[in-house]
Design a protein around this ligand. Structure first.
Ligand code: SF4
Length: 361
């Protein structure tokens, strides 16, 4: 049993003393080392703590890639310069540090050499990436020049860091998938301001409209927090109306929980939303979003999608699985040897979390 992530980084080995059965405590940077740490625990019967955070070694981690897989993550940024009032990341992981463009492209080329066909650039606010005069749009264009790389994705984007340069790159470079994960967190300006998110609902909606106007067949997923301190019924209602206004293809939603040392964690008492109210809001939101996602998947029936085959389906060996450009999981009957290829699939059925189709030959 272990604890991993930013809070683990903050509390370090004190967690081992507090929780007697805990086997390991890992900071965010040590998560890729998890298999190695588990082997060490099994062999040496130790309790492991990996919370070092040396700036020199910031990007010196194994790429997030398993041998044989055709998709991989490449870290382009660590830390964050924003100060959302609920978030522990800037306190634990420090200010934004961006990796040089050449290093990112070299790692990408190496992965492509190992059979990877889709790269996802990752960073806390990935689209604020800049280095040596280059901006995020330039990084996307440079990745578009990597031979044999078929798809480029990135996550997580910060709404205020969307620029014309980035949108232009997304329009011009065919390998960049027409999808963005763009956390909105709330549909209420009152809550957004308390969260210190630096944009308004109107600004977010305008940005989404701009992306949808400029990029063909564009999909948007998001993160939403409910029950933030001070969130009223009316504030929550505004989040619900935002779901209707934007119709996100999918959304990850959570009940607010305080992180130690953050400004929002200082808010206690009556200003906090009762747990039962927060749970009721989350259920209401998830129920509606689940219908919207199902409808959006269903709307693809009859469309011919391009899918990167990732391998055999875990549920049925006669099927392969992959993702569409808009990041929907697609399952269809096809030989496993198509793994790593972009194929055309005619969608025949929309399900809750995926779509099904037939290979078009
Ligand atoms: S929520 Fe995201 S953007 Fe805000 S401080 Fe945390 S990491 Fe940065």
């Amino acid at each position: 049993m272990g604890i991993a992530g930013c809070v683990a980084q903050l509390y370090g080995d004190s967690l081992l003393k507090k929780i007697p059965h805990l086997d390991f405590v890992l900071g965010p940077r040590a998560i890729p080392k998890l298999p190695e740490i588990i082997s060490r625990i099994n062999l040496d019967k130790i309790r492991a703590v990996e919370t070092s955070y040396d700036i020199e070694e910031l990007f010196d981690v194994e790429p997030y890639h398993r041998a044989g897989e055709v998709t991989a993550f490449v870290s382009v940024q660590q830390g964050c310069n924003k100060r959302c009032s609920y978030c522990i990341v800037p306190y634990v992981r420090g200010d934004e540090v961006n990796r040089p463009l050449e290093d990112i492209i070299t790692e990408t080329e190496n992965l492509v050499g190992k059979g990877v066909r889709e790269i996802t650039f990752i960073g806390q606010t990935v689209n604020s990436w800049k280095h040596g005069g280059f901006k995020f749009g330039d990084l996307l264009r440079a990745a578009g020049d990597v031979d044999a790389l078929q798809r480029i994705r990135f996550t997580t984007s910060y709404p205020r860091d969307i620029t014309k340069r980035m949108i232009d790159a997304m329009k011009d470079v065919p390998q960049i998938c027409p999808h963005i994960h763009l956390p909105v967190q709330s549909g209420s300006n009152n809550v957004l301001s308390k969260m210190q998110r630096t944009y308004t609902r109107e600004w977010y909606v305008d940005t989404v409209n701009r992306l949808r106007d400029e990029i063909v067949d564009f999909a948007i997923s998001t993160d939403i927090i409910v029950g933030f301190p001070g969130e009223t019924d009316r504030d929550f209602e505004e989040t619900m109306t935002l779901l209707e206004e934007i119709k996100f293809e999918s959304a990850f939603s959570f009940i607010y929980s305080p992180r130690p040392g953050t400004p929002a964690a200082q808010i206690v008492g009556d200003a906090c939303v009762q747990k039962k109210d927060a749970s009721a809001r989350l259920s209401c939101l998830q129920e509606r979003q689940s219908d919207i996602t199902f409808e959006s998947n269903n709307n693809r029936v009859g469309v011919i999608e391009e899918v990167l085959v990732e391998g055999p389906s875990k549920k049925d060996e006669n099927f392969v699985t992959g993702r569409t450009a808009q990041n929907r999981i697609a399952n269809f009957r096809a030989p496993e040897l198509l793994t790593g290829n972009l194929v055309r699939v005619k969608i025949t059925e929309g399900l809750q979390n995926s779509i099904r189709g037939e290979l078009v030959v």
